[in-house]
Structures are given as structure tokens and as C-alpha cells.
Design a protein around this ligand. Structure first.
Ligand SMILES: NC(=O)c1ccc[n+]([C@@H]2O[C@H](COP(=O)([O-])OP(=O)(O)OC[C@H]3O[C@@H](n4cnc5c(N)ncnc54)[C@H](OP(=O)(O)O)[C@@H]3O)[C@@H](O)[C@H]2O)c1
Length: 293
């Protein structure tokens, strides 16, 4: 059933995908290179597991993070099993020249970007009025500006070739305003909106835009944003990064535009779409609150 859905989805995505001269030219331009999956924030957590899943399915990956030691360790881990298919570039993706440096790293490795996984993000918790300016700036620059720039930089070539796609990590939090994580939830609503709008614009041109919206996942993310003691960490079951990666990979390859890992979180997703905000927003605020603050 899922396979039939995948075939139908791909046929629909490719309905305008005729083999034009421009397309042949764009493909010929990368004929000497290998396609690669570029994963921002690929050194740990969900990004690392998505990289592992693509490598395990025969792809080359380029993983990106700021911290070189963790990146090197992650690549050694993957290359230990899938010899030579994991490449790295230590880079802050908020740098103005990030896209150019990713291109350069790909070229040096004989690769081109076939799939971008826009995964790196940061969170800020606590009452918005008390958040530090520097934390809010770091969040919008990474979660919104860098994600937009990277997607914008890879799309023209993908469209010219009529293949590939972008997977962006949003969150269930992208579907409801989140008191006590206001800016983080708002940034994920941006990711959902951007991805779905671009997907509609380029529908039928062979390029898949997929947004992944997990509930809480067991990674360092919550601790790093000072939310480890918030109520949701105790009451909501956490997904594993491996589960999220497997569902994201399957959803993307089947041409799905929105992927929500976990049956219980698919039900929560449905509830968030149906409930009016005067109910869902205060409830979300209750579970996002850190009672010790
Ligand atoms: N964990 C959850 O519960 C959850 C739920 C829903 C959605 N998500 C989303 O899933 C994605 C991944 O989350 P995660 O939990 O796996 O996070 P994580 O464990 O904190 O990993 C974040 C990754 O991003 C990298 N990174 C951070 N800032 C960067 C920058 N400026 N430039 C390049 N790389 C950077 C980190 O490495 P360096 O620090 O070395 O740069 C690390 O590799 C995020 O978009 C998050 O919003 C997470």
C-alpha cells in the first residue's frame, strides 16, 4: 500500500518533468560528480541519524556542524561501516558565505547537492520578555535566516535537473504557538509555512520539499535550551532520533510533504489542527512551563 502510494506520489511530482534540453544540460554539468545529501547539524541527534540512514541506503552524505571533534567522530563512526561515504565540513551555517563553503566542500569531494537536510537549529526557553537579546538573535539567524538561505541556494540547480529535494526539520511546535518557548515555536511555524508554500510553487517539477514535524525527541536539545525541567519532558513520551530519521527518510522518498513521526504524535498533530487556539495555546503553555522558574 505504502509502495503504491510512493509510486503514485513520484508520478504526480514528476508530471511536468519532461526531459528538456535545459534539463539534460543541467544533468550533464554534474555528470562527473556523485549526488550527495547535505545534512546541517549532522554531528549528533536527529541530524546524525538522518545522515546514518541515508548512508546506509547507499548515498554519500556531507555532514555539517560547528564543533570539529564531534563531526570527525561522527564521520569516523559512519565511515567505519560505510567506507568513505561520509564527508564533513566544520562550519557555522549562519556565516554569510556558508552556502559557498558548502559548495566548495562538495566540489572538492567530487559531489553535488542532491538533497539538503535543513536540520541545525537552536531553542530558547522561558518567558519571552526575559529571554536574552543574544539568544533570540542566534535563534532567528539559525532557525529562520540560515535555513531560508540554504534552501534558496540549492533549489535552482535541483529544479534545473528536475530531481532531488529539501527536508526541513520543523516540530509539532510549528502548529501551535508555544508559551515559554515562544520564539522557538514561532521559528518552527516559519519552517512549516515556508516549506509548504515552496512545495506548492514547484509541484510537478521533480523536486520534493518535505517538512518533518516531530514531538519531543531524546537529544541534548532540551538541556541546551534550558528546558530539561519543563513539564513536557516528564509527561510526554520522547521519540528516539533513530525513529525520527527512519520515518523522515521513508516519508521523503515516498514524496510526502509533511511527516509526523509516531502514531500518538500524529493524533496530537490532528488535535492541534482541529482545536481552537484558545484551548490549545494555554494547554501547550502548561506543559512547556518549567515549574522551578
Ligand atoms: N529534540 C527534539 O525534541 C526536537 C523535536 C522537534 C524538532 N526538533 C528539531 O530537530 C532538529 C535537530 O534537533 P536535535 O534535537 O537533533 O538537536 P541537537 O542534538 O542539539 O543537535 C544540533 C546539531 O546542530 C548543530 N548546530 C547547531 N548550531 C549550528 C550552526 N550554527 N551551524 C552548524 N551546525 C549547528 C550541532 O553541532 P554544533 O553545536 O557542533 O554546531 C548539532 O550537530 C532541530 O531543527 C530541532 O528544532 C527537535
Amino acid at each position: 500500500m505504502l509502495r503504491l502510494y510512493g509510486i503514485a506520489a513520484r508520478a504526480w511530482m514528476n508530471r511536468y518533468n519532461s526531459d528538456t534540453a535545459e534539463r539534460r544540460q543541467a544533468r550533464a554539468a554534474v555528470a562527473e560528480q556523485q549526488p550527495a545529501v547535505v545534512v546541517t547539524g549532522g554531528s549528533r541527534g536527529i541530524g546524525f541519524e538522518i545522515a546514518r540512514t541515508f548512508v546506509a541506503n547507499g548515498h554519500h552524505v556531507l555532514i555539517i556542524a560547528r564543533g570539529a571533534p564531534a563531526l570527525t567522530a561522527a564521520a569516523a563512526d559512519l565511515n567505519g561501516i560505510y567506507n568513505g561515504r561520509c564527508h564533513t565540513v566544520a562550519l557555522d551555517v549562519t556565516a554569510p558565505d556558508a552556502a559557498a563553503r558548502i559548495d566548495e566542500a562538495l566540489r572538492r569531494a567530487g559531489l553535488y547537492c542532491e538533497v539538503l537536510v535543513n536540520n541545525a537549529a537552536t531553542g530558547v526557553s522561558g518567558p519571552f520578555a526575559e529571554n536574552a537579546d543574544s539568544d533570540l538573535d542566534a535563534l532567528t539567524v539559525l532557525n529562520v535566516a540560515a535555513l531560508t538561505r540554504l534552501m534558496h541556494s540549492v533549489l535552482p540547480q535541483m529544479l534545473a535537473r528536475g530531481s532531488g529535494g529539501v527536508i526541513s526539520l520543523a516540530s509539532l511546535g510549528g502548529y501551535v504557538p508555544g508559551p515559554h518557548q515562544a520564539a522557538y515555536y514561532a521559528s518552527k511555524a516559519y519552517v512549516v509555512s515556508l516549506s509548504e508554500a515552496v512545495a506548492a510553487e514547484i509541484s510537478g517539477r521533480g523536486v520534493n520539499i518535505c517538512v518533518v514535524a516531530p514531538g519531543p525527541v531524546d537529544t541534548r536539545f532540551h538541556e541546551n535550551m534550558g528546558a530539561e525541567r519543563a513539564i513536557y519532558r516528564r509527561v510526554l513520551p520522547a521519540l528516539t532520533p533513530e525513529d525520527v530519521a527512519a520515518v523522515a527518510y521513508r516519508g521523503f522518498t515516498n514524496g510526502q510533504r509533511v511527516v509526523v513521526p509516531g502514531l500518538h504524535y500524529r493524533l496530537a498533530f490532528l488535535a492541534l489542527r482541529l482545536l481552537p487556539h484558545f484551548i490549545s495555546v494555554p494547554l501547550t503553555g502548561i506543559i512547556l512551563k518549567n515549574p522551578q522558574r
